[in-house]
Structure formats: structure tokens, C-alpha cells
Design a binder for this molecule. Structure first.
Ligand SMILES: Cc1cc2nc3c(=O)[nH]c(=O)nc-3n(C[C@H](O)[C@H](O)[C@H](O)COP(=O)(O)O)c2cc1C
Length: 223
């Protein structure tokens, strides 16, 4: 698989087979992703990978808390600007509508939407859950570095026949997750990521999100 194929076939996968992912594969992906660039070579990423019993334990802890607190814990960072403006607002709306359409959930069916959203906290059935953390003192440039590292992980996963879904949704359970992982207080949770083998039959995995044309975001001169 070349880079273009890895990019073209990477989609956010929201249903997985229960086929386990070998530890050697997870290690190989994370090891290769270390070559991601970072300003000043800070390498500001911290990763925790869970499978099997520890993953089950964490998911059970969150499952027990969800009904009492569906919004999770006090957020540590704001995921989207409060009043999104165009064109971002419409893009977000379309992505949500297209996602729920794949599983036949109507806009008014809030309960079904919530139920689907809560699948985030099961890593959508993936056998591996990854967590990406960063030092609290780091700023936007280092957050961008972490994003590049995550993209490397996602593309390398494709090379191993695996799929992923990055999940900011996990950030609202930062207390529970960080306590479970035993991470020092100077680290904060940015995102989770499901990792596993795609369920090729699952309708939700048919979603192919749109992208703006080149002319909408790029200006080329002097060619
Ligand atoms: C940093 C990051 C966090 C995301 N968080 C979530 C999430 O919590 N739950 C989810 O279902 N999708 C999440 N997504 C997936 C996006 O919705 C998805 O990337 C976007 O709609 C484009 O679709 P594609 O990944 O299938 O190309 C996240 C993506 C990124 C990059």
C-alpha cells in the first residue's frame, strides 16, 4: 500500500470485528509513527494502548457513569467553537446527518442518536483503544504535532489492514480515563482512537464523508 492509498482508504470506522490485534502490530505502528515531525523535535505525544481485560475494565467504569452523567465530566478543552460559522457549521451538520442516515436514524430520534453516540465509549467494538495525551503546558504548535502523530498512526494502521476512528468524545471522560491510566496530573487527554479490523458488513462503515474542492481552500501561484 502506498501513501495515497492509505490516505484514500482511511475513513473513520465505527464498527469492528472482534478479531484481536497482536501486540507486535500495535508496537510496530507506534514505533513507526515516532518518525512523525514535531517542532523542535519535541515529540510531545504520549500514548496508552489498551486491550483485553484492562480495556474491558475501563469501558465498564465509563458505562456505569454514563446514565448519571451523559455529558461526561467538566470538559478540559472546548471541542468546537461555540457558534460555528460557515462553511464549518454546514460541514459539521452534513457529516452528522450523513452518519445517522447510514443507520436509518432520523433527526428527531434523539434517543437513537444518543445511543449511537454512546458507542464512542465502547470504542465502537474495536479490540484496541488508544489514548493520546499531551502536557498541559504545550500550546497550539505542539497540539498540531500530536495531530500529525495521530495521522501517522491512522495511515500505518491501514498498511497493517487495520482501521481506526479518532475520538475526541473521550475527552469528556478525562478524569476517569486519566485516573484509570494512572497518568501524572501534568498530562491531559486529547483524544481516544479505536483500532481494529473493520466490519465490512456494518452499514455505518459505508459513510464516505465529503471534502471541499481544492479551489475552496488552496491558492496556487507562479506555476
Ligand atoms: C481529532 C479528531 C477527533 C474525532 N472525534 C470523533 C469522535 O469522538 N467520534 C466520532 O465518531 N468521530 C470522530 N472523529 C471523526 C470525524 O468525524 C471524521 O474524521 C470526519 O467526519 C471525516 O470523516 P472520515 O474520517 O471518515 O474521512 C474525529 C476526527 C478527528 C480528526
Amino acid at each position: 500500500m502506498n501513501v495515497a492509498e492509505a490516505i484514500a482508504t482511511r475513513t473513520s470506522c465505527r464498527a469492528y470485528l472482534d478479531t484481536p490485534v497482536p501486540e507486535a502490530t500495535v508496537r510496530a505502528i507506534l514505533k513507526a509513527a515516532r518518525r512523525s515531525p514535531s517542532g523542535g523535535n519535541l515529540q510531545p505525544w504520549h500514548v496508552h494502548a489498551l486491550t483485553g481485560a484492562p480495556l474491558g475494565e475501563l469501558l465498564a467504569a465509563v458505562r456505569a457513569k454514563l446514565p448519571l452523567n451523559p455529558r461526561g465530566e467538566d470538559p478540559e478543552y472546548v471541542i468546537y467553537p461555540p457558534e460555528l460559522w460557515e462553511p464549518y457549521r454546514s460541514r459539521r451538520y452534513t457529516c452528522g446527518e450523513d452518519l445517522y442516515a447510514t443507520i436509518g436514524v432520523a433527526r428527531e430520534d434523539k434517543l437513537a442518536r444518543l445511543r449511537q453516540f454512546a458507542r464512542n465509549y465502547e470504542f465502537f467494538g474495536a479490540p484496541v483503544g488508544l489514548f493520546f495525551l499531551i502536557d498541559r503546558g504545550m500550546g497550539p504548535p505542539q497540539w498540531a504535532d500530536l495531530g500529525m502523530f495521530m495521522q501517522s498512526v491512522m495511515l500505518l494502521a491501514r498498511e497493517h489492514g487495520l482501521d481506526t476512528c479518532p475520538q475526541e468524545a473521550w475527552s469528556v471522560w478525562h478524569r476517569t480515563v486519566c485516573e484509570f491510566l494512572g497518568v501524572p496530573p501534568q498530562l491531559m487527554l486529547f483524544s481516544g482512537m479505536a483500532l481494529g479490523y473493520r466490519d465490512p458488513e456494518a452499514p455505518i462503515n459505508r459513510l464516505r464523508t465529503e471534502r471541499a474542492g481544492l479551489e475552496e481552500f488552496a491558492r496556487l501561484r507562479g506555476f
